[in-house]
Ligand binder design. Sequence first.
Ligand SMILES: Nc1nc2c(ncn2[C@@H]2O[C@H](COP(=O)(O)OP(=O)(O)OP(=O)(O)O)[C@@H](O)[C@H]2O)c(=O)[nH]1
Length: 367
Amino acid sequence: MLFSRSPAAGHLASIAFRGRSYWQVLTRVAPVAGAIHGTFALLFQGMGASRLALGNLAFTALWGVIYGLLRGRHNRLAVLLLWVAIPGHSLLATLVLGWDSGFHYYVLLMVPVMFVSPGRQNTTRVLLGTLLAVFYVALDISARRTVPLEPIAAGALDWVRFFNMASTFFVLGYLAHVYFGVVGVAEGHLRALATTDSLTGLANRRRILDVANYEIQRGRREGTPLSFVLGDVDHFKRINDGRGHETGDQVLMAMAGVLRSVVRERDTVARWGGEEFLVVLPETGLEEAMRVSERARLAMENGVWPDDRPVTMTLGVSQWRPDETLAEAVARADEALYRGKHAGRNRSVLERPAVQPNSLPSSPARR
Ligand SMILES: Nc1nc2c(ncn2[C@@H]2O[C@H](COP(=O)(O)OP(=O)(O)OP(=O)(O)O)[C@@H](O)[C@H]2O)c(=O)[nH]1
């Protein structure tokens, strides 16, 4: 059975990737945040502000808990504590040391955290964003008008502010760096999914069309030959009906391996349809393509298959002719395959000869 991915499934997969990326980013950022608090604890201890040092030690521990929760996939609780660890800490530190300490900068880190989070409705994001902005303005107004609970010397305050500025820049940069890294990996997975046949691991139809069209362009430009081998498993319906669909799938997977083993690195084997395979052979003329086809056919004929019952394949071979389309070249391989089926199966059949066969480029030496 050919499994096709519906648009809805694709959308769900992309949400899943986004979700995974989001948690991966948070898991990587949590130790950095813990380290920043740890540095503050040492800094304040050095300044003789032991209560502030203790407070920062508590937040280091909190980030440790958040990290543990993220690793254990207790995501909801981790996010809840994130609100305590970032805006909660900013509020506390600003009230204790004053607005000029610059602890309020950390509130801004919640903006990317909130807006890339998966699973939330856009309205929830906007609402939370608005609440955060209101909180930030209110903190500005109240902290500027009240005396800090535990003021420190102006010079030291400057250093704390500079450190907070630098940390905010660093964490924002790190967030962006990790996020784009994770998204890049997810993109690679999606690309592979979109171009690979899920059962056999071969190129899928979309990918082989791209490859073949690219080779046709190259053939036009450089005048190199290009051939196609289209193979179809013989009496596959009997295999399915007699030995079950799962055995049928196993046969298809094994066939993919056999086909891959008889071609060069630069040739591409694809699952063209249910039990049909297409091989694109760049820089290969008809004679050589016929040899590849026979190699594949014999490998199938002599292969060891489930239940030790023979499995064979009929193949049609064609060479792309200048100025024709990919569909025309494949149609001729298909026509040859069709003749092979009628002639008794388990054979390789060449396309019907061109009107001017000599006009076709021939194979350079293959391996
Ligand atoms: N197990 C399995 N079967 C598949 C898959 N895709 C297509 N098929 C089956 O392949 C069979 C193809 O049967 P037919 O087109 O009648 O051809 P055939 O039995 O191979 O006969 P010939 O091609 O004439 O030799 C059908 O029974 C499909 O259900 C798949 O992914 N897995």
